[in-house]
Design a protein around this ligand. Structure first.
Ligand SMILES: C[S@@+](CC[C@H](N)C(=O)[O-])C[C@H]1O[C@@H](n2cnc3c(N)ncnc32)[C@H](O)[C@@H]1O
Length: 338
């Protein structure tokens, strides 16, 4: 979480930037897709190398201001799309060869600081948490979904062990008045028994709500599948994650498409045997921030960078990731009734 720009520093800080650049090697030129433009930390570093182009996505319209500056500075080497990265597949690429696709998940420093978005525990107003291009807000979730639905959201998206107890209290309080951010934080603080002095008591519930409101699970899964199709042979897919759920999905996806044997119980055996691996993963373990980076930006501590290199030109991706994480996608579907 807290991704590239974090709460304990007061500036834009692209996480694992040097590590990312050493993997995608823009010094050789090429076209890259930055799926999470944010404040342009990664895009800028790539565009500083000659003969590079960047196509950038961000669902937050507020990123457009920065993108407009990039358009002026880098002229026809930069293109911005205010779209969700799950729509990557609709990109008209003509004969463009894509050398690298990068994801820096989570939210930016400016988004945390934006009172309208209500991503911070200190936000004063309505529950929101919409990153951009959303169907509903956290206010509707907290004030309308059933006890069972809220419990599952908190348990599976936030790994909150005290989900049941917190939901019980939410249901009592929301009968009295609409729950806003300060009241939600108060409920969590008063209800939680196990306190963790490293993190705010509301961390897990806020993470769960943000994932649910922004449909981050299906976004990530669909984004990874679309990116894998678009990449050309030798192209690099690199993903920076900030919590264990994201990392679990990325790790499964890349590993599963990099190994000859499939661990899938969802696919018939003959098909499994015929799968030729799509990716190679030069490093099994994720890259993590150096001591120097941690010193400068402690909140990068949960960041993990995983990457894979595409081995062949194909649009045909055979993955069981949707079935594997169906239990999470089913929870996201509770949003359909809002
Ligand atoms: C951590 S920030 C990226 C920061 C960026 N790497 C930089 O250096 O400035 C994540 C950005 O991704 C955007 N984002 C998150 N999920 C998205 C999605 N599904 N589609 C498009 N943009 C998304 C957020 O709006 C946010 O601006």
């Amino acid at each position: 979480m807290k991704a590239t720009m974090v709460s304990d520093i007061k500036k834009h800080y692209p996480v694992l930037l040097n590590e990312l650049i050493s993997i995608i090697t823009p010094q050789h030129g090429g076209t890259f897709i930055d799926c999470t433009f944010g404040q342009g930390g990664y895009s800028k570093e790539i565009l500083n190398y000659k003969n590079t182009k960047v196509i950038a996505f961000d669902r937050d319209i507020k990123s457009k201001k920065k993108a407009d500056q990039f358009n002026k500075k880098f002229e026809n080497r930069f293109l911005f799309k205010n779209k969700k990265f799950s729509e990557l597949g609709n990109l008209k690429l003509k004969n463009e060869i894509i050398n690298g696709i990068i994801f820096d998940l989570g939210y930016s420093y400016s988004q945390i600081k934006d009172p309208e978005k209500g991503l911070s525990f200190n936000s004063k107003g309505k529950l929101n948490m919409k990153m951009g291009i959303n169907d509903f807000s956290a206010k509707e979730v907290i004030n309308n979904l059933s006890s069972e639905e809220l419990t599952k959201i908190f348990k599976f998206f936030g790994e909150e062990q005290e989900a049941k107890r917190i939901v019980k209290k939410i249901l009592v309080e929301r009968k009295k008045k609409e729950i806003d951010t300060p009241l939600l934080v108060e409920i969590i603080e008063k209800t939680k028994i196990k306190k963790n002095f490293r993190n705010h008591s509301a961390t897990k519930i806020f993470q769960a709500l943000r994932i649910f409101v922004n449909k981050e699970i299906s976004e990530l899964i669909n984004g990874l599948i679309a990116a894998s199709k678009i990449l050309k042979k030798d192209g690099v897919l690199a993903v920076v994650t900030f919590h264990s759920l994201e990392d679990k999905i990325v790790k499964y996806f890349l590993k599963n498409l990099s190994e000859n044997k499939s661990v899938s119980r969802y696919m018939p055996t003959p098909k499994i045997n015929s799968i030729e691996t799509l990716f190679k993963m030069p490093e099994k373990k994720p890259k993590k921030p150096s001591f120097k980076e941690l010193n400068e930006n402690l909140s990068s501590r949960s960041a993990k960078l995983r990457y894979a290199i595409k081995k062949k030109d194909t649009h045909n991706i055979v993955t069981d990731i949707q079935q594997k994480f169906k239990y999470l996608i089913d929870i996201e579907d509770y949003g359909k009734k809002l």
